[in-house]
Ligand binder design. Structure first.
Ligand code: ADP
Ligand code: ZN
Ligand code: ZN
Length: 751
């Protein structure tokens, strides 16, 4: 029998031209060692490069192939599962194979462990650095970004690894900042116990007795261990005790000698569940956490790989944890959009988890109080089995929710950001020594025009999303289809002149609160306030210990936090997410409001929620206020299916960007023409996929890049996968460095 003497490899370079396998001859001396998945060194162009063996072949069509130079037997390499998985990820999510492979390698990727961390400290004041940063933004974006991070980190410093990852900056940018005297670099030996963890206590309560409802749900899930239907959607309202079921399932799987993967939306936002798992499964538990030091991440990864940690908890990227023999994958809060990676490869954790669950014949358990429409539709298609829990544990009630119509407040001459109802509720709560959470999602940017008299928002006639307000020249534009109209001075609905573009931030709320309630301790939690590592946890702890009475925040306060002392939750403006130019805006608003509402009344006392809005009739807001998930989702499904938006269709978002606006526009047009000409659209089964014209992205300029979008919408777009790849990959080869083209399959973010 002929032995396989050719190695088919993917080289470790990110480049469209080399995004395909290359064949190399394996010299006789290496044949024993080179396996599928091995990490090897091969000659490439004029040098050598690291590469991964994706298959062994008996023949090759390459004439005179070069030889594999060496094999690194101590490197992790890729398991057969990961070779298939990464290939699938790269095809399904239109990325390069090597980008997917890199997700499966030990963090740091280099065998030699760094002995120290380089930490960057500021040499100037925060305001100086921020000013300098905005000045540098145009000429030297990377330097500007570094300064911004360093400014916010202050004397805690930021590790260079972390900075490099976040900003994409190279050594040169750092060096020039050092030379200008803005920052200094210190080499610190690695700290192996992460700061956050030292602060946390573990929670090791023994198992509780399941409530009747939990027991029923548990019996249904147990069936999955024998059944072929192993994929579950656990729909349980906030406080219904989903975590307890995750524990049970994990215990069962571990006792069978198999391993467990637990995925959470964001590590920093889920201290409670992490502590519970850590306590319950001490000794075999491992936290894969991107903010650990590089050496520590590396150690953790190998612990998992060697099978020493049999239960792994982590955020999105942990879905690629090197676990073997997986028996259970849990996705907590499955609807969260952090599960989608926004840079290449733009994978969705749910899809990858499902793939792994199928491979390992593992149970997949996705939990949420507000399941995504995507998953809900899969329940109807019988791809997922739904298990429901509709009551809170120990008979606690869902809080009463009151909607306040801000149009009426305005008519009655109250121009403050607080309605009278909310204001008096705050007073009462503070007087009673209880705690208040005020929520305002300001991730939305000022943009849509809203009438303060009647609540009317100007929308696109074709897309049912709000039109975005532009200046110079003043106009309104749809960021889905490009439709343009004049900006209005008066409300088209009621004729009032009180149109205003909406934009309000948490800082404004804080200022108002300080003014109205001098002396009351307030914590503001948003991405500005928590830019420094560990701050979030400290704030969480302080509020939990009642060191402050009021917590003001963005969606950060909505998620996973469990404060028994909170009896009042106020939503300052529910409209902010609602009118984002994104077809998921209604769904997000519902999820967010439901979650915020779930923060109240977790303790003994009954909670109260007040939602301020200019759109009190909207089904997202009404649905959240009446805790009516089913009613909401039916309405949302109807709407999305009528407009054939995902999940009732598939979508590809092409983004063409450049620091030069004209270039970005020009290449977007060009790409559109290529796609139009190259895709065999007419031969497609009806409904034929539709390719939009290029239009400015809602977030038109991001990190110094002007962005243009092209939306491709239709059924089974993967039938065109090869054509699309070919067109885009070839197109990208022609581009200069200052123009980028990305492809996002089923984007979660249309901004
Ligand atoms: P969910 O994740 O569904 O919002 P949790 O899992 O956080 O809900 O549970 C809510 C609270 O109820 C937690 O404090 C949890 O410890 C408690 N709990 C869960 N199950 C039980 C039970 N069977 N008996 C008593 N308390 C329980
Ligand atoms: Zn439109
Ligand atoms: Zn009006």
């Amino acid at each position: 029998m002929e032995t396989k003497q050719y190695a088919r490899v993917i080289v470790d370079l990110i480049n469209d031209g080399v995004d395909k396998p290359f064949d190399y001859l394996i010299p006789a001396g290496l044949r024993e060692q080179v396996r599928v998945g091995s990490q090897v060194i091969v000659p490439f162009r004029s040098g050598t490069v690291k590469a991964f063996v994706v298959s062994l072949e008996e023949k090759t069509s390459v004439h005179n192939p070069k030889e594999v130079l060496s094999v690194d037997s101590s490197a992790a390499g890729l398991s057969p599962e990961f070779i298939d998985l990464t290939y699938w990820v790269s095809r399904y999510f239109f990325s390069r194979w090597i980008e997917a492979i890199r997700l499966c390698l030990p963090p740091g990727r280099d065998r030699i462990k760094p002995k120290y961390d380089e930490v960057i400290f500021p040499l100037q004041t925060k305001s100086f650095l921020l000013e300098e940063s905005s000045r540098l933004r145009k000429k030297a974006l990377r330097q500007a970004l570094i300064l911004e991070y360093v400014a916010f980190a202050g004397q805690e410093g930021v590790s260079w690894d972390n900075l490099r990852e976040k900003t994409g900056a190279g050594r040169q940018s750092l060096t020039s900042l050092v030379n200008k005297g803005f920052v200094r670099v210190d080499k610190l030996s690695q700290i192996r116990v992460p700061g956050d963890e030292k602060l946390m206590e573990t929670d090791s309560r023994p198992g509780v007795i399941l409530t009747g409802q939990q027991e029923k749900a548990w019996q249904a899930i147990l069936k999955g261990f024998e059944d072929t239907q192993k994929h579950f959607l656990l729909y349980g309202i906030t406080g219904s005790g989903k975590t307890e079921l995750y524990f049970r399932a994990a215990e069962k799987v571990l006792s069978q000698g198999r391993t467990v993967l637990i995925l959470v939306p964001e590590i920093a936002l889920t201290p409670v569940i992490i502590n519970q798992f850590r306590g319950r499964f001490a000794g075999q538990f491992s936290l894969l956490h991107s903010s650990l030091s590089p050496g520590e991440r590396y150690d953790m990864w190998w612990r998992v790989k060697r099978g020493e940690a049999r239960i792994v908890l982590g955020a999105r990227s942990a879905v690629f944890a090197p676990l073997d023999n997986i028996g259970l994958i849990v996705i907590d809060e499955e609807h969260e959009n952090t599960y989608k990676q926004e840079e290449a490869p733009r994978y969705h954790t749910r899809d990858v988890a499902k793939k792994r669950a199928v491979y390992h014949e593992a149970l997949l358990l996705m939990g949420s109080a507000t399941p995504s429409l995507d998953s809900y539709l899969k329940v109807q298609k019988k791809e997922l089995k739904m298990v429901e829990m509709s009551e809170r544990v120990e008979g606690r009630f869902l809080p009463a929710v009151q909607i306040v119509d801000m149009r009426r407040e305005f008519q009655q001459k109250n121009r403050s950001i607080f309605s009278r109802v909310l204001l008096s509720a705050i007073k009462e709560t503070l007087a009673g020594g209880e705690q208040v959470i005020l929520f305002l999602n300001r991730r939305g940017f000022a943009g849509f025009q809203l009438c303060r008299v009647c609540g009317f928002v100007i929308r696109c006639p074709f897309c049912s999303v709000s039109l975005t307000y532009h200046t110079s020249p003043e106009h309104l534009q749809c960021h889905f289809c490009g439709y343009r109209s004049e900006a209005s001075q008066i409300c088209p609905e009621c004729g009032s002149p009180y149109l205003r573009s909406f934009g309000l931030g948490t800082q404004k709320v804080e200022k108002e609160m300080n003014m109205r309630f001098p002396g009351v301790e307030i914590i503001r939690m948003d991405s500005d306030a928590t830019a420094v590592k560990g701050t979030h946890f400290k704030m969480w702890k302080a509020f939990n210990e009642k060191k402050a009475q009021v917590l003001i925040g963005t969606q950060m306060v909505a998620k996973g936090l469990d404060f028994p002392g909170v009896t009042l939750v106020g939503v300052i403006a529910a409209d902010i997410t609602l009118h984002l130019p994104d077809f998921r805006a209604g769904e997000r608003t519902f999820q967010l409001l439901s979650q915020v509402a779930g923060r109240a009344g977790r303790g003994e006392k009954k909670g109260k929620v007040i939602i301020q809005t200019y759109t009190p009739w909207h089904y997202s807001i009404k649905g959240a206020a009446s805790h009516d998930y089913k009613g909401f989702i039916a309405e949302e499904a109807g709407r999305r299916s009528r407009l054939t938006y995902p999940p009732f269709s598939e979508m590809l978002l092409f983004c063409c960007s450049s620091p030069d606006e004209e270039k970005a526009r020009y290449y977007a047009m060009k790409l559109k023409k290529r796609l139009q000409a190259g895709l065999s659209l007419t031969g497609q089964k009806a409904p034929v996929p539709v390719l939009s014209e290029p239009f400015p992205a809602p977030l038109q300029k991001k990190e110094g890049y002007y962005r243009f979008h092209i939306v491709f919408k239709g059924d089974q777009l993967h039938r065109l996968e090869n054509e699309i790849r070919e067109i885009v990959w070839n197109f990208r080869k022609e581009l200069k460095k200052d123009v980028r083209v990305t492809v996002d399959f089923n984007p979660q973010m249309m901004l």
